[in-house]
Design a protein around this ligand. Structure first.
Ligand SMILES: Nc1nc2c(ncn2[C@@H]2O[C@H](COP(=O)(O)OP(=O)(O)O)[C@@H](O)[C@H]2O)c(=O)[nH]1
Ligand SMILES: Nc1ncnc2c1ncn2[C@@H]1O[C@H](COP(=O)(O)OP(=O)(O)O)[C@@H](O)[C@H]1O
Length: 204
C-alpha cells in the first residue's frame, strides 16, 4: 500500500524545517521529500539531504522534461518536487513529508486531494521577524520579501487540515508527530500487525 502524503507549509521562518526534522528523527517509517532548488546553499545544508541544489538551466531543463510534480517561484528562487522520487518514496514508506510553499500546497491539492495539509503558523509577526533575523540566513531584501509573502500565505490558511501555532518547539514537535501518527493509524486500522488471533472476531 502506498504511504500517506503530508504537506507542511507556512511562512518562511515559521519553523517548518525545524519541526519536520525534529519529528522525523522520532518516528519510524516516515521520509522527507527532498526538493530541487536554485537557491544558494546555506551554511550547514547538505546537497541531497536538505535540497538538491541546481542552477537555473538545469531547473528549466528538468521542468521542460516533465520531471516535476509541481514547481514554484518562492521569495525569488525556484523550487520543485520530483515526480519520480515522490512516487517511488511513497511506495516504500508509511508516510512522506513535503515542505512546500502555499502555492505548491494548493497545486498538490489538485492532484492529491487525500493528502494531509498542515500549516505552521508563527505566534506573531514580531516572532516571525525575530526568528528570521536570528537564523541569519537572509539579506535585508530577502528578509523583507519573506515577511511580505507571509501575509499572502497566511491568507490561505483555511485550505489546510491542521494548524500548528509554533510557540514552543517541543510542544509543536509533539503536535506534528501526533498528526503524522494519528493519520497513519486511521488509514491503516487493519494491517499486517493486527494480531492474527483476534481476526476471527472482527466482522469487517
Ligand atoms: N512549491 C514548492 N515549494 C517549496 C519546495 N521546496 C521548498 N519549498 C518552499 O520554499 C520556501 C523557501 O524555502 P527555503 O529557501 O528553504 O527558505 P525558508 O522557508 O526560509 O526556510 C518555503 O516555503 C518552502 O516550503 C518545493 O519543492 N515546491
Ligand atoms: N518555536 C520556536 N521558537 C523559537 N525559535 C524557533 C522556533 N521554531 C523554530 N525556531 C527558529 O526559527 C528559525 C526559523 O525556523 P526554520 O525551521 O528554519 O523555519 P522555516 O523552515 O519555516 O523557514 C530557525 O533559526 C529556528 O531555529
Amino acid at each position: 500500500m502506498d504511504g500517506l502524503l503530508y504537506i507542511v507549509s507556512g511562512p518562511s521562518g515559521a519553523g517548518k524545517s525545524t519541526l519536520i526534522k525534529n519529528s522525523l528523527d522520532k518516528v519510524i517509517g516516515f521520509s522527507f521529500s527532498v526538493s530541487y532548488t536554485t537557491r544558494e546553499k546555506r551554511a550547514g545544508e547538505i546537497d541531497g539531504k536538505d535540497y538538491f541544489f541546481i542552477d537555473k538551466n538545469t531547473f528549466f531543463k528538468m521542468k521542460e522534461g516533465g520531471e516535476f510534480l509541481e514547481w514554484a517561484e518562492v521569495h525569488g528562487n525556484y523550487y520543485a518536487t520530483s515526480k519520480k522520487s515522490l512516487e517511488e518514496t511513497l511506495k516504500e514508506s508509511r508516510g512522506l513529508v513535503l515542505d512546500v510553499d502555499v502555492q505548491g500546497a494548493l497545486n498538490i491539492k489538485k492532484i492529491y486531494e487525500n493528502a494531509i495539509y498542515i500549516f505552521i503558523l508563527p505566534p506573531s509577526h514580531e516572532d516571525l521577524e525575530k526568528r528570521l533575523k536570528k537564523r541569519g540566513t537572509e539579506s535585508k531584501n530577502s528578509l523583507e520579501k519573506r515577511l511580505k509573502d507571509a501575509e499572502w500565505e497566511i491568507s490561505h490558511i483555511k485550505y489546510f487540515d491542521y494548524v500548528i501555532v509554533n510557540q514552543e518547539i517541543e510542544e509543536s514537535t509533539n503536535q506534528l508527530i501526533s498528526i503524522l501518527v494519528a493519520e497513519q493509524l486511521k488509514r491503516e486500522r487493519f494491517n499486517e500487525s493486527t494480531p492474527f488471533f483476534f481476526k476471527k472476531n472482527m466482522n469487517f
